[in-house]
Ligand binder design. Structure first.
Ligand code: ATP
Ligand code: MN
Length: 480
């Protein structure tokens, strides 16, 4: 039996025709009105039951959470709240849901906290909030590929298991097939990784950048979009141990080009959802408004969700050098009054999220691209400026999120790169292949990393990163 998607029927002009829909019961009122949702849209389809001609045992199984098929006629609705409805002729119970059992879950029709929903992450996608978030996540993924493919980028899949631990982006998870109760040791009594699966120490990737660079220096423009792992024990609302990162890398592109690319890319994907996901955005916008009612004025979102997204797409990001930013921070009220946890004393200080948020939310009130950071707080592969003390790095800071993008122009000069690696004790032997790219046709090139979940967080107005990925992986938590 072919069935139709509810999203399609709600928009359909073909009334008085017969359709079959399949979905999960969200509500059943007065033994007559079923609210059916099949995941194709945030909106439910009202199915009107002819209860006098429906067997009692069927009626009794139309419970919240049950999967059913409804065959009937699509009609203009008599009631308020929906344009069309299905007048049911035939109802089939596909998968029952016992009301007593349902009551113990988040499927029960009442407000559940986001924490509670996390505990039942396998069911939370059946709620309006999570179905909206996950549909948006999917559309954003599509927009990411669409942007790069339309602009001549090649999608590359960099390894998830890596042998290089030189990147230094964060703590790594080891990959091994050793029996941990019986690991082979060498003559010094140390673990003998030569006997391990790969014959060396291996880890889950923290970034595909170094491999992506080698591909950019052949394909010209590439991007990755894949899982990334960091064993950082930071239990924040913005960090996951497993997250998805997007990393474009472009040959013959300097830092200005890199900033242009990042800004254009972010604007494109946000415009894409504004144009294509209005129902879900409207729902999430209203959700934030409702949530904010119980919060003190100062903690409320300053802009409605769709206005916030439009603001990003319609305004230029403010580009500010690290040096200018330090001056602004040094002279800021919270710094003078020692309200920051880390008071900014002098040039060279690493910026904490409180500083980033001050710049974005209080001072500039728009996305900010900070560039030209001190060399000694950034990674070894970033291009040294003529001043000898700053590097061509850039971070994009977003309101409510903090850092959403980290990128740089890469050091293309072999000797400068080698010196830097010595200085930072990065093993040249490990990265022989990376250094090769600087020997054979090296060129100016740049790239950045954008944490996909931080983008989804911003786009949905959710506030905890655990609520924008189906099954979050965080310290002490790998359920499901
Ligand atoms: P942060 O200072 O927020 O920890 P980072 O400097 O470690 O970020 P990068 O190494 O530059 O970040 O990674 C590139 C991007 O990946 C970041 O801008 C951010 O969007 C995202 N990202 C980094 N760490 C995480 C994480 N643990 N969970 C989710 N996204 C992350
Ligand atoms: Mn980090």
């Amino acid at each position: 039996m072919k069935h139709h998607k509810i999203a399609e029927l709600l928009k359909s002009e073909h009334l008085l025709q017969e359709y079959t829909v399949k979905g999960w019961v969200r509500a059943f009122r007065s033994n007559r009105f079923i609210s059916l949702n099949d995941g194709s849209t945030i909106n439910n389809l009202q199915c009107v039951v002819d209860f006098e001609n429906t067997p009692e045992e069927i009626l009794q199984q139309i419970n919240v959470g049950a999967a059913i098929a409804v065959k009937g006629t699509l009609k203009e609705s008599e009631g308020k709240g929906q344009r069309v409805e299905i007048e049911a002729q035939e109802i089939e119970i596909l998968g029952e849901a016992n009301p007593e059992e349902v009551k113990k879950t988040i499927l029960s029709p009442k407000r559940h906290s986001l924490e509670k929903l996390r505990e039942q992450a396998h069911l939370r996608v059946r709620t309006n909030t999570f179905s909206a978030v996950m549909r948006l996540r999917s559309k954003l993924s599509f927009a990411v590929h669409q942007y790069f493919q339309q602009n001549g980028f090649n999608y590359v899949n960099t390894p998830i298991i890596t042998g290089s631990d030189a990147e230094g982006a964060g703590e790594m998870f080891k990959v091994t097939n050793f029996d941990l109760n019986n690991t082979p040791t060498d003559e010094n009594g140390e673990i003998d990784y030569k006997k391990d699966f790969f014959g060396k120490e291996t880890n889950l990737t923290v970034s595909g950048q170094l491999e992506a660079e080698t591909y950019a220096l052949g394909l010209g423009q590439v991007y990755t979009f894949g899982p990334t792992f960091r064993a950082e024990n930071s239990n924040t609302s913005r960090h996951l141990a497993e997250f998805w990162m997007i990393e474009p890398e472009v040959a013959f592109c300097d830092l200005d080009g890199n900033m242009d690319l990042a800004e254009d890319f972010i604007k494109y994907v946000l415009s894409y959802i504004l144009e294509n996901c209005d129902d879900d955005l409207a729902f999430l916008e209203n959700r934030v408004i409702q949530e904010d009612k119980s919060k003190p004025e100062k903690d409320r979102a300053p802009m409605k969700l769709r206005d916030k997204l439009k603001f990003i797409t319609e305004n230029n990001f403010k580009r500010v050098s690290y040096t200018e930013a330090i001056d602004i921070l040094k002279n800021s009220k919270p710094n003078k009054k020692k309200k920051f946890n880390y008071v900014i004393e002098e040039w060279g200080a690493d910026l904490q999220s409180e500083h980033e948020r001050y710049l974005v939310e209080k001072h500039f009130k728009c996305p900010v691209i900070l560039f030209d950071y001190p060399a000694n707080i950034k990674a070894f592969y970033m291009r040294l400026n003529e001043d000898g003390k700053t590097v061509r790095a850039m971070d994009i800071l977003f309101p409510g999120i903090g850092e959403i993008v980290g990128g740089s122009q890469r050091e293309e000069r072999l000797d400068v790169l080698q010196n830097k690696m010595k200085e930072l004790d990065v093993d040249e032997k490990e990265l022989w292949w990376y250094l090769d790219t600087r020997k054979f046709g090296t060129c100016v090139h740049s790239g950045f990393g954008l944490g996909f979940e931080r983008l989804v967080l911003f786009a949905t107005g959710m506030t905890n990163i655990r609520d924008v990925i189906p099954y979050p992986r965080t310290p002490q938590n790998a359920e499901f």
